[in-house]
Design a binder for this molecule. Sequence first.
Ligand code: AMP
Ligand code: ZN
Length: 453
Amino acid sequence: MPIRLHDSLTRELRELRPSPDGVFRFYNCGPTVYAPAHIGNFRTFVVNDVIRRLLELEFGADKVRHVRNLTDVDDRTIGQSQKEKRPLAEITKTWTELFHADCAALNCLPPHVEPTATGHIREQVDMIECLMEKGNAYRAPDGSVYFKIASFPGYGALSRIKERELKVTTSAFDADHKDDLGDFALWKAHKPEEDGDVQWPGPSGAAAGRPGWHIECSAMIKKHLGETIDLHTGGVDLLFPHHENEIAQSQCCNGTIFARHWYHSEHLLVDGTTMSKSKGNYYTLGDLVAKGYSPMAVRLALLMGHPRKQLNFTLDSLHAAESALASLRAHRASLAAAGAAHDAFASVLAMLQDDLNTPGALGALFTIINRKEGEPDAASFDRVMFALGLDLHQPAAPKATVPTEITALAEKRWAAKQAKDFAAADGLRKELTAAGWAMLDGKDGYKLEPLKK
Ligand code: AMP
Ligand code: ZN
């Protein structure tokens, strides 16, 4: 069964197909490494990891080429380096390392190439020069270079943004845009008070400075995947202006179609609003592991909602994911090593191949497991675990280490509560809170969780 996926450009479900040479070229916009990636970001990366896995199953692992960048120079990374008074490379290295560790814990396959913006200044400058030569870009009085959107009639096709709206929205959306025109920066002239020592020689005729954000993806895609790719993805917030601008840059410079399929997944919410680094309303994977949840449960919880719908994150969903994982482990243990040939879990894979219907796939999976009939089929089960990226060997929730004095307080409080000495129990709860621990009472016992700092 072919993989069908919603295409944001045509707004239709379309089959994913490799390039004529049989290779599938897949680009996913990566993280901006100036802060920890939060689990909202990881919703996007986990969803893209399922796409990567489905592509491998469909076309063969050696036919899939997956590139995901690291944005290590832009307004936000430079701003952070200025704020902390530490070199840019030091800041981005810290957060890149944590990102890699979190990706590994979440069982995301590493991309085949992970290019950095600072490692591709030459390629970006070349592309900007190409756009200037072709009349799609111009130098501003301060030596910056802007893309002239009026020179590209296709501008706005992806986001369907009308020109009138464009002038109003661009400045609010993105500082890389020049407000009055809607034109956006390809190259930003160096401003010592904002940029510190971050600068490179510019395109010919332009000032020294640094690339605008959008050009990095166009330049790195061209270098590592070629002029036309088969799938380009990211979170919905990237649709405009980032991806619109990537199309403009690449198609004007290369003169050919840029991406044959676009896919955008929806955001993870917390308390009804988007989880975001700038709002500060986020959980990192580390926060959740400190609370005693396993990374695999986080991965599963992120897949419980349809990727094209917003998903509200709750700790309850993590509890549900932990017990679902326990059922999956128990089921796997009950299967003989060799698989039967009837592909008992084919319907689960079919759900994933149908526009990445992860909740449908999980529903089908548990229906089959709970029915407890039919022939056991280890090979088919393992294929589905591979597609979902669920590593059942990862240890179940590492218990947050609870200091003995905290356990002692909790035991005393539980005993007081059982004895209906509520005044004493309340007093002990206050002591626990002051020590940074929450005691969650159940019917037959309690759970201790560290309070979020
Ligand atoms: P950034 O590090 O901000 O460049 O974002 C990395 C990826 O995470 C992009 O594809 C964003 O679209 C995506 N993203 C940002 N916030 C969220 C969220 N709350 N839920 C899901 N994806 C997000
Ligand atoms: Zn990008």
